[in-house]
Write a protein that binds this ligand. Structure first.
Ligand SMILES: Cc1cc2nc3c(=O)[nH]c(=O)nc-3n(C[C@H](O)[C@H](O)[C@H](O)COP(=O)(O)O)c2cc1C
Length: 378
């Protein structure tokens, strides 16, 4: 079994891009990934960030579904505290039917306090947000099960009406529409993990969901796997590293020098200098990388990240760097490439995606005992 490849589309568009440009770039990226042989594409949901300017990932997924053949899609993530669970469950069920098996669902608690505030959550703190995630999920599962209930929760009320079997042809015209997910099964659910004591990884383990981490250093990643697998084993499951997807900044070109120059001088460097390096420092996300390499987080700059943290280089170098990372932290099943704004000149980016899918992924040794293909079935 080979490592799977995924694209995560936040999408880090430079401020000033129009909604139409962002949308176009999403659909173009899905077509390029599908052609290159990527297994999955995940699309973020943000109501507040200029650089992360997609409020409704499902719109890009629906458009991309019609222009792609094999790749699976997931919102990554629908932010459960921000919407009514029934509305979301019905939309997800319908979308998974439209995708006819090429859909899985990412869920998250929400990263940005401004977005929580916009949705009426004034003092967003992780405990409450995670509690909301759990309540929302339990309602969505009841809606998908299509059995009668009425639930009055701490955050939302919801129900599914009792429906009698039709007796006449006329009765049949008035039955409830079926918005259960594709084939009547629950979609595979993926959960985003971020902090080192991640409550999300615990939920993923308990419910046997697919764990998805952002790479933020060796210790944090090891800890994510520990939290996930402890909860997974305690709930009676067998953890499988092949299901773990890890998002990272990855760029591949024909030579090491070309790859480094492109990342330093192109859209990736532009985004890191202006947006991600400041935000990583603010949220403590630089700490893990700094610790791994024995420097002060305040001294971390773009070149440090390109040389020591990102996975940048020719296919041979990228394979070597991934094998070293896998040895250090145990490995994972899906290499989830963080997308960037190559809207003006997609060629180097699409070339990188091609090299990753065709020349890198097949040569990376998966962790011992990997079983399931990481792709989710709806
Ligand atoms: C791969 C990945 C994708 C994420 N996508 C989003 C997103 O689209 N919107 C958002 O508000 N937060 C997003 N987050 C953050 C989550 O909503 C949430 O804050 C975080 O995963 C909580 O992790 P923790 O339980 O480890 O603290 C993402 C996190 C990860 C790891």
């Amino acid at each position: 079994m080979v490592m799977q490849t995924g694209l995560i589309f936040h999408p880090y568009m430079r401020p000033g891009r129009t909604a139409r440009q962002t949308f176009d770039w999403g659909v173009q990226s899905s077509i390029a990934c599908d052609k290159a042989g990527f297994d999955t594409m995940m699309i973020s949901e943000h109501a507040s960030q200029i650089w992360e300017n997609i409020p409704n990932p499902e719109l890009i997924i629906a458009a991309a579904a019609l222009q792609t053949e094999n790749i699976s899609f997931a919102p990554m993530a629908h932010i459960l505290p921000h919407q009514h669970p029934t509305k979301l469950a019905v939309m997800v069920g319908w979308l998974s039917q439209i995708l006819e098996g090429r859909f899985f669902m990412g869920i998250g608690a929400g990263a940005y306090p401004q977005a929580s505030y916009m949705h009426g959550i004034k003092d967003a703190e992780p405990k409450m947000l995670n509690d909301m995630v759990r309540e929302s999920l339990s309602i969505m599962e009841k809606i998908w099960a299509r059995e009668p209930f009425f639930f009055e929760g701490k955050y939302w009320n919801a129900g599914f009406p009792q429906e009698d079997a039709p007796e006449t042809e006329e009765d049949e015209q008035h039955m409830l529409a079926d918005f259960a997910p594709w084939n009547g099964a629950f979609p595979e659910i993926a959960v985003t993990g971020f902090s080192s004591n991640s409550p999300s990884m615990k939920l993923a383990g308990e419910r046997n969901f697919k764990p998805v981490s952002i790479y933020s250093g060796i210790d944090a990643l090891k800890r994510h796997w520990e939290i996930y697998s402890e909860a997974n084993i305690a709930a009676g499951f067998t953890p499988d590293r092949a299901r773990h997807a890890v998002s990272h900044t990855i760029f591949c070109a024909d030579t090491d020098a070309e790859a480094k120059r492109e990342v330093m001088e192109g859209p990736i460097g532009y985004c890191f200098e202006r947006y991600l390096i400041p935000i990583w420092k603010r949220f403590g996300m630089m700490d893990g990388f700094a610790k791994d390499h024995g420097i002060d987080p305040n001294d971390a700059d773009l070149e440090f990240l390109v040389d020591k943290v990102f996975v940048v280089g020719s296919p041979d170098t990228v394979v070597d760097k991934l094998n070293v990372l896998f040895e250090q932290c145990g490995g994972w099943g899906t290499l989830q490439v963080e997308s960037h704004d190559y809207y003006d000149n997609p060629e180097p980016w699409f070339h990188s995606l091609n090299l990753l899918a065709k020349e890198v992924a097949p040569r990376v040794k998966l962790p011992e005992g990997s079983k399931a293909p990481a792709t989710a079935d709806a």
